[in-house]
Design a protein around this ligand. Structure first.
Ligand SMILES: [Zn+2]
Length: 349
């Protein structure tokens, strides 16, 4: 595949898929945290712990969801991707211009304010979260005098350089792993995960006075862990990263996918992971290495480890099904997550 096809094909496919699905009523999966659901509103703020009602249906059938979190902070989601923005006295602070959503994000911002977008923050160097930037800058070029400052951590800036990113580079770089900056009278703290699960530049961004935490791909709120723990490059440090973020002082969480989050979502994830780890550990003791492989017919041992992990993951998923089976995406995500945990338990003892 050419680089261009490789970059754009998945997003284009997804856009085509959502556009092709007709409006229909489906039963939403039950809340993992017994959340109180509220009808989406860009004017009425959510109380901490409250979530947007019928979110799967809204993602499938509407241009975007815009939910007010506080007096000044708003949560945006479309096509199952979410970000937040803060409306100050003079301008707007926007986190993560999502891929292929620049116009919709700008529409959402313009539905609540005419103020210029003065600052953009990159949470981490994953194109699906920040590659709407070039399009957004082009749109802003026509409508505001000054281009926004783009802020990222040193880890993200260096990673973009190392990998030759074609996404607009940050104009201001914060120290890694801990730093902060001011947006008007607000303090925005960078808490990089020195040992990160998702990517080596993964970080949590705390809007201190607003009490909002932004850490896309750390967890999907109101869901069991997403496939490969939200696309994490390794499971190894995930529990530590979740505990670190959960210990911070905030009321609202944006995980970049799923619903508006709370500390209850972190507690749910930690419990789910503990249960899955126990089930995987138990299965590893039960399934003999070489399970399912006909030793008379192979000429490479390569087949043995994946076959072992497959069976362990199947048994662990079966064990969790009575407690978690009804939750969002459980059947799709849990076997791969069990495999990641099996690999972790095999490697670290
Ligand atoms: Zn990511």
């Amino acid at each position: 595949m050419s680089a261009l096809t490789r970059i754009f094909a998945p997003a284009l496919l997804f856009a085509a898929m959502t556009a092709a699905v007709p409006a229909m009523a489906v039963e939403e999966a039950p809340s993992t945290v017994d959340a109180v659901y509220k009808t989406q509103s860009s004017t009425v703020a959510l109380q901490p712990g409250e979530k947007v009602a019928d979110l799967f249906t809204l993602n499938m059938n509407t241009d975007y969801v815009l939910q007010r979190l506080t007096d000044n902070t708003y949560w945006y989601e479309s096509g199952f991707y979410a970000t937040i923005f803060y409306v100050g006295d003079k301008g707007v602070l926007l986190f993560d211009p999502l891929e292929m959503r620049a116009q919709k994000i700008l529409d959402a911002i313009r539905s609540v304010t005419d103020k210029p977008i003065n600052t953009i923050v990159y949470s981490h160097d994953h194109a699906d979260h920040i590659s709407g930037t070039a399009e957004l800058l082009a749109l802003l070029d026509a409508s505001q005098k000054k281009q926004p400052e783009i802020i990222a951590s040193k880890a993200t800036a260096e990673k973009m350089e190392l990998l030759g990113s074609n996404i607009p580079r940050p104009t201001k770089v914060l120290q890694w792993p801990e730093d902060s900056f001011k947006f008007e009278n607000q303090t925005i703290e960078l808490h990089g995960f020195a040992h990160a699960a998702h990517t080596d530049d993964h970080s949590a961004w705390l809007m201190k006075e607003e009490r909002v935490l932004h850490a896309p791909d750390l967890l999907n709120s109101d869901q069991p862990p997403f496939w490969n723990f939200a696309g994490s490059e390794r499971f190894t440090y995930l529990v530590q990263n979740l505990k670190t973020a959960n210990a911070m002082d905030w009321d609202y969480f944006n995980g970049g996918h799923g619903n508006v989050g709370s500390h209850e979502d972190f507690n749910f994830h930690l419990q789910f992971i503990a249960d899955l780890e126990a089930a995987v550990g138990k299965a590893m003791g039960q399934v003999p290495f070489g399970f399912g492989v006909d030793m008379e017919k192979i000429n490479a041992h390569t087949v043995m480890l994946p076959a072992w992990f497959d069976e362990i993951a199947r048994i662990a998923t079966d064990e969790l099904r009575p407690k978690y089976g009804e939750y969002y995406g459980f059947e799709t995500a849990t076997p791969t997550n069990a495999q990641m945990i099996a690999e972790y338990l095999y490697s670290y003892r």
